[in-house]
Ligand binder design. Structure first.
Ligand SMILES: C[S@@+](CC[C@H](N)C(=O)[O-])C[C@H]1O[C@@H](n2cnc3c(N)ncnc32)[C@H](O)[C@@H]1O
Length: 215
């Protein structure tokens, strides 16, 4: 009799501990969610500012195109232009990352960091990481500033220089490869480093003039 009383007491005690653990887990989960929501807001604020500034991109692009009338076009002709993906493309990228639990991302073509910020919104949910690479020092430095302002600098490694060099020795598995740099470098990139052939998912961003908005 005494034994079964003790057993019941032990079961009750275990249930109580279990209940406490579950409540603690729910509390931590909701705390983590609200922290992510706060950080997402911070990213959104920076994105809003960047898109506001990018409204003048058409003028910067015309200026860049004018410079390259008599010679081959160079990335430095567009040093001040964002040339960024659209908000819709960014939102799609974020969903893609979340839905496929993508963790290891490589991006070719950082510019001022708009697309990278959308990638960061995704990897915040999946606990992933991004390596992004930009040829022009001034653009890369501005992007680093933007990542700090958005509070996501710890999720992003920025490699400054030619992607063919900065990504040449990369050996870790890649879940998502986002190609949004100089289009004629895509093939050499694959030839130079065989790890790119093993990437799970490729995303190729089309040149701006081919970006049709579907309604
Ligand atoms: C279309 S923009 C990237 C836009 C960015 N993904 C976004 O959506 O905000 C292409 C960028 O690739 C960079 N780029 C060009 N050639 C490169 C190279 N060889 N290595 C690394 N970056 C390069 C350019 O300087 C330019 O900033």
């Amino acid at each position: 009799m005494k034994k079964s009383y003790l057993q019941t007491l032990e079961i009750l005690l275990n249930l109580l501990i279990e209940w406490r653990n579950i409540r603690m887990m729910i509390f931590l989960h909701s705390k983590q969610k609200s922290m992510i929501a706060k950080e997402q807001n911070q990213i959104d604020e920076v994105l809003t500012q960047l898109y506001r500034d990018a409204r003048y991109d058409i003028l910067r692009m015309l200026k860049g195109a004018a410079k390259s009338m008599l010679r081959l076009m160079q990335p430095s002709d567009f040093e001040n232009a964002y040339l960024s993906i659209t908000k819709e493309q960014g939102e799609d990228l974020k969903c893609l990352i979340e839905e496929n639990n993508i963790k290891n991302i490589i991006e070719f073509g950082t510019s001022f960091g708009i697309s990278t910020l959308f990638l960061a919104r995704g990897v915040m949910e999946t606990e992933g990481h991004i390596i992004t690479t930009e040829l022009l020092e001034s653009k890369a430095q501005k992007a680093i500033e933007n990542f700090s302002k958005a509070g996501v600098a710890d999720l992003i490694e920025v490699r400054i220089g030619d992607a063919l060099k900065t990504l040449k020795d990369h050996t870790d598995p890649i879940d998502l490869l986002l190609l949004d740099g100089w289009k004629d470098l895509y093939l050499p990139l694959f030839k130079w480093n065989p790890i790119f052939m093993k990437t799970h998912l490729f995303m190729l961003i089309m040149p701006r003039w081919q970006r049709v908005k579907h309604s």
